[in-house]
Design a protein around this ligand. Structure first.
Ligand code: PLP
Length: 389
């Protein structure tokens, strides 16, 4: 049999990327039969009416390519939702594109506007797709770490300002914030507005948890602020809103001059997103307002989870939005975050994610993240195991 000596050198484009911590911890949870509060996905199903709506779309013959930016009725439903909630009227024809989840929207937006050598401000801890997206575009991530006080995490806007140079092209923002549960406040919006005023800086605002904001806060979507909306890609995810993370359908809104560039990349990236889900989601959105109940739904889970940990050795950090609860475990263990997460999974039977996974230099702060997007029974089972610590 002939053997082939393949002797070429392939330089990886993403030298720092390996298997994500989310897959590692989910596998470990499975192997150890642990309650998986690691990876961020619900363990309950979506509204059956949503499944019916997609089913009906398939059976009605909506199974061929839709238009490149998404089906019109879905873009119209998205425009209406944003106008109702945040008061900004996006044009469905030119300013809204349906994407294969938020991750594709983020990558596509970065590829559309970042040129080789451009600098991009990344606020850490950060969702793990941001930096690889920037690197694939040839951009340079400039890291600014959030500050942690007894009030919780905050964005040090002075440091963001100091990091701006004439090469800064983009600021990546995320609110409500994964993993910290931080939410943007009016003072943050003022600081951000001052920083970008009179610059050409573009913003990617990752708002996938827009409907999970607790304690009667309002979600500070950048679409509420015309001067910010005019320079922003705002990204959301139906996976998060409708408990269907596996469907990978989301959307991006932006002013036309940005959306034109976005669509140039989008059409050669995925071209478009599967038709029946788009039609199904659109029809569901027209007759259901379930996104409005989402904050209460998750707040009840957050409160259940926090109450269960109250007398444990975990110190609970504020959780103002998202479906994540961060805790400091320094009263329980001096292990590193990764070691502690492994120990917790194997010995206690509950999986979590180390906070260090969200920093480029694996910064250690004795903090882990739990996901509470789980059935109450699942949360109670986990709490039973955690409360003795
Ligand atoms: C902050 C943030 N952005 C984007 C995403 C990706 O969303 P999607 O599944 O729609 O790609 C996630 C998912 O965990 C996330 O937490």
């Amino acid at each position: 049999m002939a053997t082939f000596a393949i002797n070429y050198f392939l330089q990886t484009k993403l030298p720092d990327v390996g298997t994500t911590i989310f897959s590692v911890m989910s596998k470990l949870a499975q192997e150890n039969n642990a309650v998986n509060l690691g990876q961020g996905f619900p363990d309950f199903d979506c509204d059956p009416a949503l499944i019916d709506a997609v089913n009906t779309a398939m059976r009605s013959g909506h199974n061929q390519y839709p238009p490149m930016p998404g089906v019109a009725i879905l873009r119209e439903a998205i425009a209406k939702k944003i106008a109702d909630l945040y008061g900004h009227q996006y044009g469905p024809a030119t300013e809204i594109t349906v994407t294969a989840g938020a991750t594709q929207a983020i990558l596509t937006a970065v590829l559309a506007v970042v040129q080789a050598g451009d600098e991009v401000i990344v606020i850490e801890p950060a969702y793990d797709s941001y930096v690889p997206a920037i690197r694939l575009a040839g951009g340079i991530p400039i890291f600014v770490a959030m500050e942690l006080t007894s009030e919780g995490y905050s964005i040090p806007w002075g440091k963001v300002q100091e990091s701006i140079t004439n090469k800064t092209r983009l600021i990546m923002l995320n609110s409500p914030h994964n993993p910290t549960g931080f939410t943007l406040q009016p003072a943050d919006i003022r600081a951000l507005s001052q920083i970008v005023e009179n610059t050409n800086i573009i913003i990617i605002s990752d708002e996938v948890y827009e409907h999970m904001v607790f304690d009667q806060q309002v979600h500070e979507s950048l679409s509420r602020y015309p001067e910010l909306a005019h320079r922003s890609f705002i990204i959301s995810s139906f996976g998060k809103t409708y408990h269907v993370t596996g469907w990978k359908v989301g959307y991006v809104t932006a002013p036309e001059f940005l959306m034109t560039e976005f669509r140039k990349v989008h059409q050669f990236n995925v071209f478009t997103v599967n038709t029946p889900m788009q039609i199904g989601i659109a029809n569901y959105m027209v007759s259901n307002q379930t996104h409005i109940e989402l904050a209460d739904f998750y707040q009840q889970k957050r409160d259940l989870f926090r109450a269960g940990l109250k007398n444990s050795g975990f110190r609970l950090l504020p959780a103002r939005g998202t479906y994540f609860q961060c805790v400091n475990y320094s009263a329980i263990s001096s292990l590193s975050e990764l070691e502690f997460s492994h120990w917790l999974t194997k010995e206690i039977g509950v999986a979590a994610i180390p906070m260090s996974a969200f920093y480029h230099d694996s910064l250690e702060s004795n903090i882990i993240r739990f996901c509470f997007a789980k059935r109450d029974e699942t949360l109670k089972l986990a709490l039973e195991k955690l409360k003795s610590l």
